[in-house]
Design a protein around this ligand. Structure first.
Ligand SMILES: Nc1nc2c(ncn2[C@@H]2O[C@H](COP(=O)(O)OP(=O)(O)OP(=O)(O)O)[C@@H](O)[C@H]2O)c(=O)[nH]1
Ligand SMILES: [Mg+2]
Length: 449
């Protein structure tokens, strides 16, 4: 981290302003070469915005800019940081960037600013990941979860579990150092309770993994049913535009069609499929049906559409196994009347033509994946796949430790398992070093962040 990095931090395009960033020990020296203002840069106070000009090698003005100095450690990365707000033209921004590089800065790697912030103790790993989630958030609840993780909610919980584990390890290891002392029953019971409590806390965090996955990737919601019942019409009605072809011919949709949309603040990946029927001689249709089946296997929610305007027998239902998080039955075409054979069925009456029942369906979709949790004032934690792997390892180690304890194994063995759990929990926030983990996380960032 001895070098100074530079990046264009805003998306390159025509805009009101663009922002370039420098971070590292040479930030001021590099900026001083190309920045002209009423006062010398080194005399400008930290955390102030200063008006001036960027000049090229010949002293010609490239742009009029605002420059902000954040002297370390009171900066995003913890190092000396300089931010230049220039006019947002592609050419002018590139020109300033080139000047930064030709004056000694190195082009930053993706996520390198945030990586430095982490390495300088400005944030833990979960917070660094939250920066990325925040930038990518597409729905209200995803954004909320990301900002709460950025505040350190998950990091605090992981650190607190780690602290408990540390004390527990210390306690158990005390018995290793004094082998003549047996663990007396009172202490034994207390240790057991503490192990169980840590295990429960790990399980509680692990339970949020499903929500985390849905917030980050969307709930995969597959619309299925017999041909011609209005599946594509439903996709179009929910997404609000003519995404899929609708026609009175059975077998219109041959391939799967995806559309991302947000319902009650949650991301959904809606998948329209080829109508399911038992016998078809058409090769393309049977391939479509095969794809439908594959989609059904990986669905979070399944929306089964039937034609509610005809009898149950005529609108033959296709047997589907429920999705991981629910199975909703929609009785479509109720504008043409709901056939008496459907009452009292559990399906949701709806009409893609008039839009009746769509709101109820949206609520049912939300409830299927969220069960009303995650209201704005609730404490929301939703772990990602990396956290899940770490906590899973920790939980397994705790199980082994508890078992070792039950079977009166040596304190060494118990301590060994506890240390394993400690290592895994430490990896969540980056308290223990794991080079390959850092590489994997920060390479997913955008440049300049
Ligand atoms: N009356 C009425 N007709 C509808 C409704 N929804 C869809 N339809 C009609 O039903 C026919 C089939 O609609 P699609 O959306 O193409 O049905 P699909 O299930 O996607 O059909 P396939 O792709 O062939 O499996 C079209 O003629 C639609 O206009 C509705 O709510 N009411
Ligand atoms: Mg269709």
């Amino acid at each position: 981290m001895s070098d100074t990095i530079a990046a264009i931090s805003t998306a390159l395009g025509e805009a009101a302003i663009s922002v370039l960033r420098l971070s590292g020990p040479e930030s001021e020296i590099i900026a001083e070469q190309i920045f002209r203002s009423a006062r010398l840069l080194r005399l400008l106070p930290s955390r102030t915005v200063n008006h001036g000009r960027i000049v090229d090698e010949q002293g010609c003005t490239v742009d009029e800019v605002l420059l902000t100095i954040f002297r370390g450690p009171a900066s995003y990365t913890g190092e000396d940081v300089i931010e230049i707000s220039a006019h947002g033209g592609i050419l002018v921004t590139r020109r300033i960037y080139e000047l930064l590089l030709s004056n000694g800065a190195r082009a930053a790697e993706p996520g390198e600013f945030t990586q430095r912030a982490f390495l300088n103790g400005k944030m833990d790993l979960t917070q660094a990941e939250a920066v990325m989630d925040l930038i990518h958030a597409q729905s209200e609840l995803s954004l909320q979860a990301a900002s709460q993780q950025l505040e350190g909610r998950l990091g605090c919980e992981a650190d607190s579990i780690r602290e408990d584990l540390l004390q527990l390890v210390a306690h158990v290891e005390a018995y290793i150092d004094f082998p003549d002392e047996d663990i007396d029953p009172d202490t034994g019971a207390a240790i057991k309770l503490r192990m169980e409590s840590i295990h429960t806390r790990l399980r509680t965090l692990l339970d949020t993994a499903e929500h985390g996955r849905i917030l980050r990737s969307g709930a995969r919601t597959v619309i299925c049913g017999a041909p011609n019942v209005g599946k594509s019409s439903l996709l179009n009605a929910l997404s609000g535009h003519d995404r899929a072809i609708v026609s009175p011919h059975a077998g219109t949709t041959r391939d799967t069609i995806e559309e991302v949309l947000h319902i009650h603040g949650l991301p959904f990946v809606l998948v329209d499929t080829a109508g399911l029927r038992k016998h078809t001689s058409d090769y393309i249709e049977s391939e479509g049906i095969e794809r439908t089946r594959r989609e059904l296997e990986r669905a979070d929610v399944i929306i089964e559409v039937v034609d509610g305007s005809v009898s149950q027998d005529e609108s033959h239902r296709v047997p589907v196994t429920p999705g991981k998080r629910g199975h909703l039955v929609v009785l479509n075409k109720t504008d043409a009347g709901l056939h008496s054979s459907w009452i009292p069925s559990t399906g949701l009456p709806l009409s893609c033509q008039t839009g009746a029942g769509l709101d109820q369906l949206r609520t049912a979709m939300r409830d299927a994946v969220w069960n009303g949790e995650g209201s704005p004032d609730s404490q929301m934690v939703a772990i990602n796949a990396r956290h899940q792997r770490c906590f899973q390892r920790a939980a397994e180690a705790m199980e082994d430790a508890e078992e070792a304890f039950e079977h009166d194994c040596t304190p060494e063995l118990i301590a060994f398992e506890l240390r394993d759990a400690l290592q895994a929990v430490g990896e969540v926030t980056g308290r223990v070093d794991a080079e390959e983990v850092l590489g994997a996380i920060f390479s997913r960032f955008c440049i300049g962040k």
